[in-house]
Design a protein around this ligand. Structure first.
Ligand SMILES: C[S@@+](CC[C@H](N)C(=O)[O-])C[C@H]1O[C@@H](n2cnc3c(N)ncnc32)[C@H](O)[C@@H]1O
Length: 265
């Protein structure tokens, strides 16, 4: 493939992801942000004690990390970066009363050189697994740190649970396989001289009123929204029917595992 056509394809893929999150943003903030709160707290805690300097939040979405960061790092420069205009709009509302906070719309895979080696912390939650080249992204994020700074990243691995709604959806969506990049993250960071302070799985309980409530939130206000736009109502209706056929009745509580990596420069 020519260099031009691969960069056009990459731009189109990013555009699809952005459109999906634009449409999902409000619903995501209402449904998933409260359910994901324990992982957000874990990632912010991972930053720990760091030298002075800005804190970056790639893939900030509606910016649920912000409140905890402001409590922990009052008066610091904090910047959220997200691809989706819909997410950025809500994130800017959340940041409106904090003059030291900016929200930048753009691709967070490669950070602007102005951040290189100047930041105290980079914290990112549930964005890494959506990026086209996650190993390159962690390299760029680590490169933003000054000595003593920390990268704290939480992402959804390919396998998050053995049963539960995430596992059921993975079984129903063909062609999903365990990507190799996951195994390459820590070696890539270590090769850059990082001290890996934590690399662990973190499971917390998450409850849904019922299987239909979960599916509809995931398809309208979650990561499936981009596929719903690209593949249409019929695809989603068929997937929903098959999901509900195999799902348990009543309230559904599960304990998905995310991966936390904390790396110090
Ligand atoms: C599941 S949300 C997580 C948002 C937030 N960190 C949280 O924990 O709620 C994933 C976010 O990643 C953003 N995203 C996906 N690809 C991106 C990219 N290449 N650059 C910047 N943001 C991206 C999406 O727009 C979305 O807001």
């Amino acid at each position: 493939m020519s260099e031009r056509s691969s960069s056009v394809q990459r731009a189109e893929a990013l555009e699809r992801v952005a459109r999906g999150w634009d449409a999902a943003a409000e619903g995501y903030d209402g449904y998933f942000v409260p359910r994901f709160a324990p992982w957000v707290a874990l990632a912010v805690d991972g930053v720990g004690e760091v030298p002075g300097g800005p804190i970056l939040v790639p893939c900030c979405g509606t910016f649920p990390e912000l409140k905890l960061l402001l409590e922990r790092f009052p008066g610091r420069e904090i910047a959220g970066i997200d691809l989706s205009a819909g997410m950025v709009r809500i994130a800017r509302e959340r940041a409106a009363r904090s003059p030291m906070v900016e929200v930048i719309q753009g691709d967070a895979s490669t950070l602007d050189p102005r951040w290189t080696a100047g930041c105290a912390g980079v914290v990112s939650v549930f964005g890494l697994q959506q990026l086209p080249e996650p190993e390159d992204a962690v390299q760029s994020w680590f490169g933003a740190l000054r000595p003593g700074g920390r990268l704290s990243v939480v992402y959804w691995p390919a396998v998050t649970e053995e049963d539960g709604p995430f596992a059921l959806l993975s079984r129903l969506l063909p062609g999903r396989s365990v990507p190799d990049w996951e195994a390459g993250l820590v070696p890539r960071l270590s090769a850059l001289g990082a001290t890996i302070e934590r690399d662990e799985q973190a499971a917390f309980p998450m409850s849904h009123a019922d299987a239909a409530g979960f599916f509809d939130a995931f398809a309208q206000s979650g990561p499936l929204r981009a596929a719903a736009i690209a593949r249409g109502d019929e695809f989603i209706a068929d997937l929903r029917m098959r999901f509900l056929q195999q799902a348990p009745g009543g309230e559904w509580t599960h304990h998905p595992r995310a991966r936390l990596i904390v790396a110090r420069r």
